[in-house]
Design a protein around this ligand. Structure first.
Ligand SMILES: Nc1ncnc2c1ncn2[C@@H]1O[C@H](COP(=O)(O)OP(=O)(O)OP(=O)(O)O)[C@@H](O)[C@H]1O
Ligand SMILES: [Mg+2]
Length: 278
């Protein structure tokens, strides 16, 4: 097999019960590349990640990894393939009762027979990769948001996965930490040239820095699927909104609909008597 860990989406319909979130997705997310998933809030980015890692079953269609339909695999092979994916969830998903070292060690201590000494060494290596070696004994509540994200990334990487999925790794980070996270993902790509890296992002600066391939989700569908350079040249009005997003101050505020004058009067009276009553 040539690119064993390409991810192929074929006629994929995703949702929850009766609610369809994504309809008929078709795309290939190539191995050895960073694919960024873009889309407005609620467009289904995290939903796609949850299905890619096998936490939920598609309503229809198929997800192929290295040409294999993951949801038609026998249970054992399905578990095996799930273990080969490293995931950084949107909120980091660290366990508060465990130290950073114990959190990062979890996939190894739960699923392998490695000795504690080996696990310690592997975990410290991953922690130094994300610049957290000095914080191994800290608890998640003692870390900043950016540090928690980096710890989550160390945990996602601890099994040297061929597929790494990161849901909004830079959201909530200051520009310096966000740039460091981008640099880290680029380092991963260099270190592991065959790794399939999928990153959900809202952050255009980050997309321009890390993306090779971009998938834009809109209106339950794929609005763009292709290379970054071509996307940056698009004149599609919807896509341009993403690419040229103006700062909040530039956008006109949404019009506030006026409250009915008689209600406003009653409200003012009620507030007056409330304030005077104390
Ligand atoms: N567990 C769930 N059960 C039912 N509906 C859900 C569930 N999780 C998400 N949804 C719905 O699926 C839609 C897409 O949500 P999703 O979390 O995938 O969006 P997103 O693109 O990741 O948004 P954001 O950028 O805000 O993280 C939303 O309408 C949401 O209400
Ligand atoms: Mg999300």
């Amino acid at each position: 097999m040539q690119n064993p860990w390409n991810i192929e989406l074929r006629g994929l319909r995703l949702g929850y019960g009766e609610t369809v979130v994504l309809e008929d997705l078709n795309a290939v997310l190539p191995a050895g590349r960073i694919s960024v998933i873009l889309g407005g809030s609620g467009s289904g980015k995290s939903t796609l990640i949850r299905h890619l890692v096998g936490l939920a079953r598609p309503l229809a269609g198929r997800i192929l990894l290295g040409g294999q339909d993951i949801f038609s695999l026998p249970p054992k092979a399905f578990r095996r393939i799930r273990r080969r994916m490293g995931v950084l969830f949107q909120d980091g998903a660290l366990l508060g009762a465990l130290s950073v070292e114990e959190n990062v060690a979890l996939p190894l201590s739960e699923h392998t027979r490695l000795s504690p000494a080996d696990i310690h060494e592997i975990v410290l290596h991953k922690l130094s990769l994300v610049n957290l070696a000095d914080f191994a004994g800290y608890y998640p509540s003692e870390l900043s948001g950016g540090m928690r994200k980096r710890a989550g990334l160390a945990r996602a990487l601890v099994t040297d996965p061929p597929i790494l999925l990161c849901d909004e790794p830079t959201s909530g980070l200051d520009p310096i930490n966000a740039a460091q996270m981008d640099a880290l993902l680029l380092t991963m790509k260099r270190h592991f040239p065959d790794m399939t890296i999928i990153v959900v992002s809202h952050d255009m600066a980050s997309v321009r820095t890390i993306a090779d391939h971009v998938l834009v989700l809109a209106d339950k569908n794929v609005a763009y699927n292709g290379g970054l350079a071509e996307l940056l040249r698009t004149d599609d009005p919807y896509l341009r909104q993403f690419l040229d997003r103006k700062s909040r101050e530039d956008r006109s505020a949404p019009a506030l609909s006026a409250l009915d004058p008689s209600i406003r009067e009653r409200l003012a009276e009620a507030l007056d008597s409330w304030l005077e009553s104390r």
